[in-house]
Design a protein around this ligand. Structure first.
Ligand code: 7RM
Length: 632
């Protein structure tokens, strides 16, 4: 871990070096990993097409770096701690040697089912240890994993399986989350009715419920594991071979498969983890995200294991059996670095201080947040009550597309300021752009956040549709990667992320395109004529979802229609995309060219109708009055 930054001066020196000679900087960092063959060329890039290639000619396998590399020095050290939903159930711990063996065996099961290098495998699983093992087993043999968050509906799962023609699905019989029991295999069965590419389904036993297994297609993992041995050499991968696909929502209808590659992602995941969280050899690190999101990929699985850190995964929810659960688990396992989302902090804050004050939290050294802007009040509560004012809070800004943390504090080695993500990691070159795409050089200014130079963790494409990758990230401004976020830089050059500037809503750190939700609502076309969805400030979730719906006839029973619309969304996307408010309207504020004026809808949803701007140029100005009167 000698690429760890050790002071703010060290940071400044490394930052400068990374801008003066980016290739030299990254080659040096990449040299800390095990390469079966060294790369020939560090970087080749242009942002027009785009085409970005890191460490070309290099051969490696990320699991050899996560597991085999540690066996000699850390074989008996804990790699993974799993904490179950129910605190009375026994936790599970694997050493690096045990995890290595489990990954090899699982990988051999995949091979036995005909999975080969390059094949896509969908993972639709609860937070059980087998999920981590399955991710690594795919990587071991060069199969491309596509983890789909197990809160998504059958329809959403089927779309994702079909988009990348997955050959195998890995799932579980069911799952426990708080007081809920979720029929995971039932959802998979429903999804697979419309997925022709799937040849085999591997089912992890978690709940021991009786589930429907299709003869010849579905297999219990424990049966298959009995048939294989533990010898599975890591598949040699080209640095630019695909490692995984992760679907994420954008401003257009259907989610896109963000593609990350083996070499660059590995280098960036390991480097960013070591610097942001500053783990020591004996530390226990806990990230509360789900592996179904990028945070879980990079900072539960790959980043910690690349550094030989003990990583914890948690099956449950923050409030079960009480809002003290996170803190109880921290004390139980002696957690040193704790990483969670602002929405969880706000929910626990609302439940009162007593819960957190009941625990010592003596081992905590670094606290992290991710997923959305954190408000000052939540930041302070976290810093004071959880960190006891001794722990730095690292507010980590990044995206599915960036692979790892981009702007953030680095343990206690950089200055922090509530609600500011802070400075870019060495190797990252952010800029603020104005409307015309000119760089804003001064501080104390706001602009569009973009990147002017590639880093190893940048997405390479969107699966099956490179044009979409170009249009979404590289076409707004020539020669920049556009993040979709607005940001402000303070007088000292620290960045504060303001939020999305596109039609993406961030609900509890989960991204939804407004179009995605509108499509689901509009699919009830026997009742619904049109809809428009906007985000509005929500105390706990950051943003809530507000839907304006034009019905074909005035609904006799609006509550019933609301329930039907919600049911449709839950079915097509999942529970997490449920609107908080649905307002029935007779029309939407549109410009003469037919564009919905979302700005007006956002204002009404925020409850601020004082200054809606000039509405006289609208197609039908009267509709604004109606919307204002009926606001929820
Ligand atoms: C890691 C992750 C990405 C979007 C991003 C932002 C928002 C994430 C922060 C943040 C303010 C932060 N990936 N975002 N982190 N906003 N401060 N520290 O969340 O692809 O799911 O979302 O999330 O808008 O563009 S993501």
């Amino acid at each position: 871990m000698d690429f760890q930054i050790k002071s703010f001066d060290d940071y400044k020196a490394k930052y400068k070096a990374s801008v003066d000679d980016p290739e030299g900087f990254w080659a040096d960092i990449a040299g800390h990993y095990k390469w079966q063959k060294k790369w020939d060329k560090t970087l080749e890039w242009e942002f027009k097409t785009p085409s970005v290639k890191w460490f070309q000619g290099g051969k490696m396998n990320i699991t050899e770096n996560c597991l085999d590399r540690h066996l000699e020095t850390r074989g008996n050290k804990l790699a993974l701690i799993w904490e179950p939903n129910d605190p009375k159930e026994r936790f599970i711990r694997y050493t690096y040697r045990e995890l290595h063996e489990k990954v090899c065996k699982f990988a051999n099961v995949l091979k036995a089912k005909g999975v080969e290098k390059g094949d896509r495998v969908a993972l639709y699983m609860p937070m059980v240890p087998e999920l981590t093992v399955a991710v690594l087993a795919c990587a071991r043999i060069g199969a491309v994993h596509s983890v789909v968050f197990a809160g998504f509906s059958a329809g959403a799962l089927a779309d994702r399986i079909n988009d990348s023609s997955c050959k195998v699905v890995i799932t579980s019989d069911g799952s426990y989350r708080g007081t809920k029991e979720i029929p995971v295999k039932g959802v998979v069965n429903e999804a697979l009715k419309s997925c022709d590419s799937v040849e085999a389904v591997l089912v992890v036993e978690r709940t021991q419920w009786s589930v429907q297994m299709k003869e010849g297609r579905d297999f219990w993992l424990h049966d298959e594991l009995e048939k294989v041995d533990a010898n599975c050499p890591p598949e040699p991968m080209d640095a630019e071979d695909m490692l995984f696909i992760l679907y994420t929502s954008g401003s257009t209808g259907k989610p896109k498969g963000v593609v990350h590659t083996c070499g660059g992602y590995m280098v960036y995941a390991g480097y960013s983890f070591a610097n942001v969280f500053q783990p020591n050899e004996s530390d226990v690190y806990w990230c509360t995200a789900d592996i179904g999101w990028i945070t879980g990929h990079t900072y539960i699985v790959y980043g910690p294991l690349l550094n030989g850190t003990t990583t914890m995964m948690f099956e449950g929810v923050p409030t079960y059996p009480s809002p003290g659960r996170f803190w109880q688990v921290c004390d139980k396992h002696g957690v040193n670095q704790f990483y969670t989302a602002p929405t969880a902090i706000r929910a626990l804050m609302a439940a009162g201080e007593d819960h957190v004050l009941s625990y010592g939290l003596y081992d905590l050294k670094v606290l992290g947040t991710v997923g959305e802007p954190i408000n000052v009040e939540a930041w302070e509560w976290y810093h004071i009550h959880v960190g006891k004012e001794r722990c730095p809070v690292v507010d980590t800004w990044w995206q599915t597309e960036t692979g790892g943390i981009m702007i953030s504090g680095l343990g206690n080695h950089s200055p922090m300021r509530a609600s500011y993500a802070g400075y870019p990691l060495p190797g990252i070159q952010p800029v603020l752009l104005d409307q015309e795409g000119n760089e804003i050089e001064e501080n104390e200014k706001e602009g569009y956040l973009a990147m002017k130079f590639p880093w190893p963790g940048i997405l390479r494409t969107t699966y099956g549709d490179h044009e979409r990758c170009k249009n979404t990230y590289f076409a707004h401004y020539d020669d920049y990667y556009f993040t979709g976020d607005g940001a402000k830089r303070d007088k000292d050059g620290m960045y504060r992320i303001i939020g999305r500037v596109d039609d993406v809503i961030n609900v509890s750190g989960h991204r939804f395109g407004t179009a995605e939700i509108e499509d689901a609502i509009n699919s009830r076309d026997e009742l619904v004529a049109e809809s428009a969805v906007v985000g509005y400030p929500h105390e706990i979730k950051g943003q809530g979802i507000y839907a304006y719906v034009i019905t074909k006839q005035k609904p006799d029973n609006p509550d019933k229609l609301r329930a039907e619309i919600i049911e449709t969304i839950v079915k097509q996307i999942g529970r997490i995309a449920k609107p908080d408010k649905i307002q029935f309207v007779s029309g939407l504020p549109k410009t003469r060219s037919g564009k919905i004026m979302r700005r007006i809808l956002r204002k009404v949803a925020e409850g601020d109708t004082s200054n809606l701007g000039d509405t006289s140029t609208l197609l039908d100005p009267d509709v604004v009055e109606e919307i204002k009167e009926g606001a929820l």
